[in-house]
Every structure is written in structure tokens, then in C-alpha cells.
Ligand binder design. Sequence first.
Ligand SMILES: NC(=O)c1ccc[n+]([C@@H]2O[C@H](COP(=O)([O-])OP(=O)(O)OC[C@H]3O[C@@H](n4cnc5c(N)ncnc54)[C@H](OP(=O)(O)O)[C@@H]3O)[C@@H](O)[C@H]2O)c1
Length: 237
Amino acid sequence: MKTVLITGANRGLGFETARQLGAKGYKVYLGARNEEKGKIAAEILLKLGYNVEFIKLDVTKTSDIRNLHDRLKKNSESIDILINNAGVFLESSGPTDISEASIFKVDPVIILKTIEANTMGPLKLIQSIVPLMMEKNEGRVINVSSQMGALSEMGPFWPGYRMSKTALNALTQIVSAEVENTNISVNSICPGWVRTDMGGENAHRSVEEGVATAVWLATCEEPPKGKFLRDCKVIDW
Ligand SMILES: NC(=O)c1ccc[n+]([C@@H]2O[C@H](COP(=O)([O-])OP(=O)(O)OC[C@H]3O[C@@H](n4cnc5c(N)ncnc54)[C@H](OP(=O)(O)O)[C@@H]3O)[C@@H](O)[C@H]2O)c1
């Protein structure tokens, strides 16, 4: 049975990814920074009969990541698939609200906080878990990025969010290059504009549509390596 760790899985795209992979028989480690919310989310999936375990995981807390690593080592557990999904959008109330989102207005502290969660969190988890995958010469990393971070289509506003996802895409490419001679795939995906707390109610896509590429990368026979994908197709960085 394959195991998957999904960060920020108590709601939104992370929870839907957990639900779909749970339904397919994967063992799901459901990561959430808030213990109460994480346990409630895991309970919903357990009641459906899925193999789900809550893991307290704030991706900005090195101690949480160290605890996870120690636990995996101690119990000889492994993560076959790491889905770096947790993310924040701190510069305005959503992707249609530009009131405070100009690069001339955003507080650099907010930019740093965004990068800490959206980029440094995935980096720390990769540093913790990919070496364990390398011992088995097998694994998959799926970084949930955004087209808002694509340099080929860079636009105005939300500098912190955009830069955090551009840097996440760079991280994808760096790690992918370092593991190129292994059976480990590392990819970025863009879910599209999805109706979650982050995307807002006017977004074009359902959560089911939003997670399709991540679920495909987690489950397909031969995943691509070092790519940026949306709708299961490669897009420009
Ligand atoms: N929705 C869209 O349109 C869209 C588009 C492109 C990319 N994305 C990306 O998709 C991913 C999921 O977004 P979503 O739409 O599902 O957003 P969401 O509904 O706002 O959910 C975000 C999740 O991330 C968690 N989180 C935030 N900071 C965290 C931290 N430091 N440690 C652990 N968990 C943390 C949240 O936990 P709490 O409940 O505790 O806050 C929540 O579970 C994000 O990376 C986002 O950038 C979304």
C-alpha cells in the first residue's frame, strides 16, 4: 500500500486530495497545523472507511517537521508521495481584491511570511523526506504551485504570493535535477482558479477539478519529471 503525506489537508484542495487518494486505497497522512481542525478532517475520512492518520504539521515549524522525520525513522514508516499543498495568500482577501496588493503597498514582512509558508515549508519537507525516498530509490513530490508564479505570464499585484510560487517552481527544478538518476519524480502543478477559501466563490473550478492533476501525478504509472503541469499537461514555467 502506497503512503501519501498531504500538507494543509484539513480543508480546500488538500482535503479533496486526501479524500480522493483515500478512496483509491492509499494510506493518507493528513497534515494540518491546527490539531482540532486536522482531527475533525481525518475523522470524516475515517468514517468513510479510508486509511487516514492525522499529523500535526505546521510547515513553518521546523520542530513539527523534525518530529515527523523522527517518527518515520523510529517506526520504519515511509512516505511514497509528498504533496506540498499548504499555502497562504496574505496580501489581500482574494485573487480579485487588488486594494492592498500592489507591490508599492505590500509590507515586505507579509512577503516574507508568504515565502516562509509557500516556499520554505516545501523546501524543509523536501530536505526531510526526499533523502528517505532516495534510500528506496522511489518516490514522488508534487508541489502545488500556481500560474501566478509563472515567469512566462508574470503580471501585476500580489508580489509575495507570485514570488513564493516562482521560487517554489525553481525548487521543483533544482530538486528534480539533483535526483535525476533516481526513480523519484518532482513536479509543480497549477490547480487553476478553484472555489476554496483561498480562491473564493467566484472561481471557475470545483475542488474535484482542481485536484485532478495532483491525483493523476500521484497515481499514474510513469509520472513526468521536473515539469509544471495543469490539467495533466505541461505548461510554461
Ligand atoms: N484555490 C485556488 O484558486 C488556487 C489556485 C492556485 C494555487 N492554489 C494553491 O493550492 C494550495 C491549496 O490552496 P486552497 O485553495 O485549498 O487554499 P485554502 O482553502 O485556503 O487552504 C489552505 C490550507 O493550507 C493550510 N496552511 C496554511 N498555512 C499553513 C502552514 N503554515 N502549515 C500547514 N498548513 C498551512 C491551511 O490551514 P488552516 O486551515 O489552519 O488555515 C489550509 O488547510 C495552496 O498552495 C494554494 O496556493 C490554489
